[in-house]
Design a protein around this ligand. Structure first.
Ligand code: ZN
Length: 95
C-alpha cells in the first residue's frame, strides 16, 4: 500500500485493513464474519468497505453504508470505536 497523503482517504475493501485488524485482534480477521446492527447484512470483514487514511481505518457495511468500526492510530494511543458491528464470528485456526 502506498502511504496516504494527509486528508486523502482511500476507499478499498476489507483486505486492505487486514494488517490493522491483526494489530487489534492478534490474528487474521479478514475471514471473520461481521454482522451489521442496522441492516443485518452479514459478510466477511474482507468484503466490508474500508476507508484508509494515515490516521487509521473505517470499516463500512456494504449493505447499508453504516460504520461498522473505526480504528484510529496516533503516536500516543490507539482508539477502537465499535459502531454498527453487532456480531463478529470466526473459526479458531486449526492446530
Ligand atoms: Zn448494514
Amino acid at each position: 500500500m502506498d502511504s496516504a497523503h494527509p486528508g486523502h482517504r482511500e476507499r478499498v475493501d476489507g483486505n486492505a485493513a487486514g494488517g490493522l485488524l491483526l494489530e487489534i485482534f492478534g490474528r487474521d480477521m479478514t475471514g471473520a464474519r461481521a454482522a451489521c446492527a442496522h441492516c443485518e447484512h452479514e459478510a466477511a470483514l474482507a468484503d466490508a468497505i474500508a476507508e484508509l487514511d494515515a490516521a487509521g481505518v473505517i470499516l463500512l457495511c456494504r449493505g447499508c453504508g453504516h460504520t461498522l468500526l473505526t480504528y484510529l492510530r496516533s503516536t500516543a494511543e490507539r482508539t477502537l470505536t465499535i459502531g454498527g458491528l453487532t456480531r463478529l464470528q470466526w473459526s479458531p485456526d486449526p492446530r
